[in-house]
Design a protein around this ligand. Structure first.
Ligand code: ASP
Length: 348
């Protein structure tokens, strides 16, 4: 239902999630409903001077079922409609929103337009829904531009509960509160109160002048995530770190990047690194960063060949690995780029 002649219009892409669900009277479980009903629930969308077009994915999904193929479809859709819209809004379930927003931040290159993910904790049809405010403010942010017509936030972001945060810095931190997302290591890009206050110093402008917008759709998903915990067995560590079909392992470590100092563990790490695997250290802490030089337990990891992930989130690191490994067959090149700030995902 688009007429892409209006360049200040927004494309609203509906993938599923609670925002568009309704309760089955018999089972009481939530399942997605038709998008036209969302528009009926939010007649305010018609009051914007910019037109809001929509595109509905088929099938609509609970975001627990998100796979990289959905990211590729989204990326290609944004590429195909890029010139026709001022910005894009992706309605998405909250459960994996931080993963999808992270993925798109790396899959879209030289982005000059906002791509805003939003959704809600309560369906848009329910009286106390948070979906209306989230959607209406997302439209306002997606069309916000400066006096020269340039987008104020040319980034992939999440707008939720009055806060705009960078997609690849976001984590879902609460399953029941409206305040569901945090960006622990980076300030908000905007806060919505009576007006929407943009924090320009925090916004990342990744587009290089004269370089055209482009997409990456080759993803290598051969990544495992190993969360270190007291009692982890040698067999578990061995299966993950030396497992077949695994090209990279994200180690979720303690504190500033520490793990078990027992020789059996460092031996496995050394063996994995020697076999060419990419080993990336991300802290289990919500905030702060990995610094493998602080403690001997961290130093041992660095010496075994583990790369420090700085203050990246696990979601951001996973997406970065998928995209970099899709692009480069050389693991040394991937390791080099992992430490660099590509899309505002790591503080340098
Ligand atoms: N399970 C839902 C989803 O992620 C939760 C939500 O949208 O908030 O699709």
């Amino acid at each position: 239902m688009s007429n892409p002649s209006n360049k200040s219009s927004v494309l609203l892409i509906y993938t599923g999630g609670t925002i568009g669900m309704k309760e089955d009277p018999k089972t009481k479980a939530l399942s997605p409903f038709d998008f036209s009903q969302i528009l009926q629930e939010v007649p305010e969308l018609g009051k914007f001077s910019s037109r809001v077009d929509s595109y509905t994915f088929d099938p609509l999904i609970d975001s627990s079922d998100v796979e990289p193929s959905l990211w590729i479809r989204l990326t290609e859709l944004i590429r195909d409609r890029y010139d026709d819209y001022a910005g894009f809004i992706v309605l998405h379930g909250t459960d994996t929103m931080a993963y999808s927003a992270s993925a798109l931040s790396f899959m879209l290159d030289h982005l000059r337009k906002p791509v805003i993910f939003t959704g809600s904790q309560l369906p848009i049809g329910s009286l106390r829904t948070d979906g209306k405010e989230n959607l209406i403010s997302a439209v306002e942010i997606a069309t916000a531009h400066d006096s020269k017509g340039a987008a104020i936030v040319p980034e992939v972001c999440i707008y939720f509960n009055s806060q705009l945060i960078r997609g690849n810095r976001a984590c879902k931190v609460n399953s029941t509160s409206f305040d569901a997302f945090r960006s622990p290591n980076w300030p908000t890009l905007a806060d919505a109160g009576i007006s929407i206050r943009f924090h320009e110093h925090a916004i990342h402008y990744s587009a290089v002048p004269d370089r055209k917008f482009q997409i990456h759709t080759t993803l290598d998903t051969r990544v495992a995530i190993l969360k270190i915990h007291p009692g982890i067995t040698e067999q578990v560590a061995r299966n993950v770190l030396l497992g077949d079909g695994i090209r990279a392992v994200i180690l979720e470590t303690y504190g500033s990047g520490n793990a078990i100092s027992k020789p059996w563990f460092t031996d496995i790490l050394r063996e994995a690194a020697a076999s060419g695997k990419i080993l990336l250290n991300i802290t289990q802490c919500l905030a702060g960063e990995v610094n493998m030089n602080l403690y001997s337990t961290g130093k041992a990891l660095a010496e075994a060949g583990v790369v420090g992930g700085g203050d990246m989130t696990t979601e951001g690191a996973l997406a970065k690995l998928f995209v970099l490994m899709g692009e480069y067959t050389d693991n040394e090149k991937v390791k080099e780029l992992l430490g660099q700030d590509l899309k505002g995902e790591i503080t340098k």
